[in-house]
Design a protein. Structure first.
Length: 657
């Protein structure tokens, strides 16, 4: 691939800039001008996926492949814990305890279809308000039978619940229609479907397009009152709960890891079963948000009902549950908090530093090195990832509660991290709406629960695009590591990184390859010509080979010919152009000042640029307009070569300022 490099034209000898006419200034190329003010998106790199606390599922798999047992895996991720029998911790029923699983909650309505006839009952006292606890069968009265393969919809009403024919439209099916008689109605708070092992098919928490099969236990539909987000009023809704006969049966439907892992790493499945059992037994049974004990989504644990055990290799998962029957993880005699996520990117997070949990430290949920989660045998697709924040959204986010606000972000530097590697304090440099450049620290918004920049961004700021096959949305990463601009990997941390990314997006520059920019490499005369041609609105040359040392197939030949023809470049006395010669910072100043038709009477800005210097007027003119800022506070370093990164900053200021 031909490589187009940042180019700037050195004029040797370069006449001093004097008596210029502003009307002689070159126009910016239109395709470049339209990018003025457009801020590149912020590239975010991270490792791992999930909240980063406790067990890594991919790490558990790698450990199991290496021959470690489920106990080895669990005590590695939860130091100081031990595996014991559940009955020794939670009482005589132990693993036989029933589990209420929230399938849907706060729904406008939901549907039901059974493979065989099922019994329908109404439970609770007549006219009772919302009920969040399990109701005994002795509180129920018979309503009738829902026939096999009869689609029905459960509709919450102001005074109870209705069962109506399902015609496919939630809004119309649940609307009061005098011509449509409900199949069943009750003013009691709970409808109970006793399906006695018959498979029922209902929507999952992911909506009506995601139908799941359930055969174990019975189904409760709770009428609830939920505050509507648009008007703040209480509205009738319905919670859908599967009451499963035991935690062991519940685990058969736990869909947290691939069952195929049992082919070569059954210990990983057993570790997952133990953590899942411990988690479920430790949850309260009277949660008002779902009338359940555990929800069926990653907010608690993913539960797919019969789909898990009936899927390919489902028998391996059931075997792992049976192999670990009754076992739980404890710490000092109590059930442990067995939080887990997909992977940790090489290190776990202290629970108090995670975006997902509170700020109370727990002795066995500490940050530890986790090489297993990124080990080659883990086959972890989330070992590393990239995403993009919209620059304007990020600027607004990090400006919360402060003035003046950023309108764009130009640089982010991580100044401190949590023990797990999450950025705690970041230094943000950006522009205000008045064009002022400011730098301030950010450790989260005033309203955020934790003063941790990475936790705040991961939890609340949406991403535009997420690489490695993920959908856009909120980041749920284990470790958000670094912030960058653009596609290049070797400009990260450079003060010119923002300008490099902007110039690349504007079509002025390209890298030496897809991921390398070489910001510390010197700019040549040929490269300068390409910069000039890409930046300014210069027509193609009529004479295409004015210099004998520039081959027609040289990637810069057309640009060299064009800038020469409009009089902005000339060769040496021997007729050559010398395309490989480097360009100095002083020569670059003369070129830009001529192209922009700049003049000035200022002197003394830089101690190393004397008024008699051939390029002094050009240097002073660029400094006066803000295009150049010198190599430090008092020097311009006129004889130093122009570096590609430096030139990108010149380009960006020329076009935007």
């Amino acid at each position: 691939m031909a490589v187009v490099i940042l180019a700037i034209l050195a004029l040797i000898p370069a006449p001093a800039v004097a008596d210029t006419d502003p009307s002689d200034a070159l126009d910016i190329r239109p395709s470049v001008a339209e990018h003025a003010g457009e801020a590149p998106n912020v590239l975010v790199r991270g490792r791992g996926w999930g909240h980063g606390v406790g067990m890594s599922q991919y790490g558990a798999y790698a450990q199991a492949v290496a021959g470690r047992t489920s106990s080895d895996i669990l005590t590695f991720y939860y130091p100081g814990t031990e595996v014991v029998e559940a009955k020794d911790v939670v009482g005589g029923d132990g693993a036989d305890r029933r589990i209420r699983v929230g399938i849907q909650w706060g729904s406008l309505s939901t549907t039901l279809r059974a493979d065989k006839d099922v019994d329908l009952r109404a439970c609770g006292a007549e006219g009772d308000g919302p009920v969040i606890n399990r109701l005994g069968h002795n509180t129920c009265v018979d309503l009738g039978v829902v026939k096999a393969d009869k689609d029905v919809r459960i509709c919450p009403r102001e005074d109870g619940l209705d069962v109506v024919p399902n015609t496919g439209s939630a809004s119309s099916d649940c609307a009061k229609d005098e011509d449509v008689e409900p199949l069943f109605s009750t003013t009691r708070p709970v409808l109970r479907v006793l399906h006695h092992g018959t498979t029922i098919r209902t929507p999952s928490a992911f909506g009506e397009a995601s139908i799941r099969r359930y055969s174990q236990g019975y189904r409760d539909y709770h009428r609830a009152e939920v505050t509507a987000p648009d008007n703040g009023k209480k509205e009738p809704r319905v919670h859908s709960v599967q009451d499963v006969p035991s935690v062991e049966v519940y685990l058969y439907g736990l869909a947290e890891v691939p069952s195929s892992w049992g082919l070569d790493a059954p210990a990983a499945l057993e570790a997952q079963a133990i953590t899942g059992r411990t988690f479920a037994l430790g949850r309260p049974n009277n949660r008002s948000d779902c009338a359940c004990q555990v929800r069926s989504t990653p907010a608690d644990q993913v539960y797919n009902g019969d789909e898990k055990r009936l899927a390919d290799h489902g028998e391996l998962w059931v075997d792992a549950v049976k192999a670990s029957t009754g076992k739980v993880l404890t710490y000092e005699g109590d059930l442990a908090h067995t939080f887990y996520s997909a992977s940790h990117g090489g290190r776990t997070e202290n629970i108090e530093d995670s975006w997902a949990y509170g700020d109370t430290p727990i002795p066995y949920l500490r940050s530890i090195d986790d090489p297993w989660s990124v080990h080659s045998t883990a086959n972890n697709p989330h070992a590393s990832w990239t995403a993009h924040f919209d620059n304007a959204q990020l600027a607004e986010f990090v400006s919360s509660g402060v003035e003046p606000k950023f309108v764009r972000v130009e640089r982010i530097a991580v100044r401190s991290r949590t023990e797990g590697g999450t950025p705690r304090d970041i230094e943000v440099t950006g522009r205000t709406k008045d064009g002022e450049q400011l730098t301030r620290m950010f450790a989260g918004r005033p309203s955020d629960p934790k003063a941790i920049a990475g936790a705040s961004l991961r939890r609340y700021l949406p991403v535009l695009a997420l690489g490695d096959g993920h959908m856009s949305g909120r980041l749920r990463s284990s470790q958000l590591r670094d912030f960058h601009f653009g596609p290049f990997t070797d400009d990260r941390g450079s003060v010119h990184e923002y300008a490099i990314s902007w110039a690349a997006a504007a079509g002025i520059v390209q890298g030496v390859d897809d991921t390398t920019f070489a910001p510390e490499r010197s700019v040549t005369r040929a490269q300068m010509a390409t910069f000039l041609f890409n930046t300014f609105d210069i027509p193609a040359a009529t004479e295409t080979d004015p210099f004998p040392d520039v081959a027609p197939d040289n990637v810069h030949a057309a640009a060299i010919a064009a800038v020469a023809e409009v009089g902005l470049a000339s060769g040496y006395e021997d007729g050559t152009y010398r395309p490989g010669d480097p360009v100095t910072r002083a020569q670059m100043a003369s070129f830009l000042a001529r192209a922009l038709a700049l003049d000035t009477t200022a002197t003394g800005t830089f101690e190393d640029v004397q008024p008699g210097n051939h390029h002094a007027v050009a240097v002073e003119a660029l400094a006066e307009t803000g295009v150049t800022r010198g190599c430090d506070a008092t020097r311009y370093c006129p004889e130093d070569p122009v570096l590609r990164g430096q030139l990108a900053s010149f380009v960006q200021r020329v076009v935007e300022d």
